[in-house]
Design a protein around this ligand. Structure first.
Ligand SMILES: [Cu+2]
Length: 298
């Protein structure tokens, strides 16, 4: 490659990477925009966004290099160029191909693997630490075709008792404290998805899965089901409202009192809660959670 062309190629690659990089690192785009990620309303969502943005920059740089390289090759190897026949299996060619692949693999995939492993172990699957927080809010979630039932322990701190707060497609949580979910499903596989909090967890029949996050902004956010779960899957939406701590306390004690008045111990279908399964020390993923018996009542 001559020096002029070399300079042009590297200049174009650098410009492309810079443009792409600044786009990826720009301020979050408003909710109404069709571009970019949904607004991040969680304390730890930046970890996910960073990985997505950095990967986009890497892939953007590679894309620009590939485009420039293809255009250069097409122009250089025009009809005036004498064809050279080559199988590309010489030691030199194999070494170059392996070297380029290894750099891409270790830099792009290696970065994803290394940082996501740290994020998962220290944060997203660290349910034990989230639960230990003195103000953590624990919620049991029962997914079914096609809605989300949420259960809070109420004043007594115990699940499946008369003062539990139970809601339908309406989850309210306080700002600034860990919100820990245990998730079950009565029928098929659903997936509890909170795009604004960068978390998603399958709801599996016959077992309890876990998920947690801390909200940093008050407001209303969508709950989606991210697993196709039947004909009315599209209707399986809910609302997650993040309240200031005092507003949340008022809401939960009012609803708890109402619920205690309406409680019917014989209504097994309504009393679907379970005793909270605490995470064993040393197993932050909660993989050994016992199988759930739904509808046993209390
Ligand atoms: Cu669903």
């Amino acid at each position: 490659m001559n020096t002029k062309l070399k300079a042009w190629v590297s200049g174009a690659a650098a410009l492309g990477a810079l443009g792409y990089g600044s786009l990826a690192y720009a301020d979050p785009i408003p909710e109404t925009s069709i571009w970019g990620l949904p607004r991040d309303a969680s304390v730890d969502g930046h970890r996910i966004d960073w990985l997505i943005n950095v990967t986009n920059v890497f892939v953007g740089i590679l894309f620009v290099i590939m485009c420039v390289w293809m255009v250069y090759s097409a122009v250089k190897h025009n009809e005036k160029h004498k064809a050279e026949y080559d199988h590309g299996d010489s030691k030199h060619h194999i070494a170059v191909a392996m070297g380029v692949s290894a750099v891409i693999f270790f830099v792009v995939d290696g970065n994803l693997w290394f940082n996501s492993t740290i994020d998962v172990n220290t944060t997203f699957w660290n349910h034990a630490a989230a639960e230990k927080h003195p103000e953590a809010v624990l919620i049991e979630l029962n997914a079914h075709q096609w809605a989300w039932d949420a259960r809070y322990a109420g004043e007594d701190g115990k699940f499946n008792t008369a003062d539990d707060v139970v809601t339908l497609n309406d989850i309210r949580v306080p700002k600034g404290v860990p919100i820990v979910f245990q998730i079950a499903s009565t029928d098929v596989i659903h997936s509890f998805y909170l795009p604004n909090f960068r978390v998603k967890q399958d709801a599996m029949p016959g077992m309890i899965t876990r998920m947690w996050f801390t909200a940093k902004d008050a407001g209303e956010f969508e709950i989606g089901c991210a697993q196709h779960c039947g004909t009315h899957h599209y209707k399986m939406k809910g609302l997650l409202t993040v309240l200031e701590k005092e507003d949340y306390k008022r809401w939960s004690s009012e609803l708890g009192a109402q619920r205690a008045r309406a409680f019917d111990p014989k209504n097994n279908e309504a009393n679907w809660g379970w005793e909270w399964k605490h995470v064993n020390e040393g197993n932050a993923t909660g993989a050994d959670v016992p199988v759930l018996a739904l509808g046993s009542g209390s």
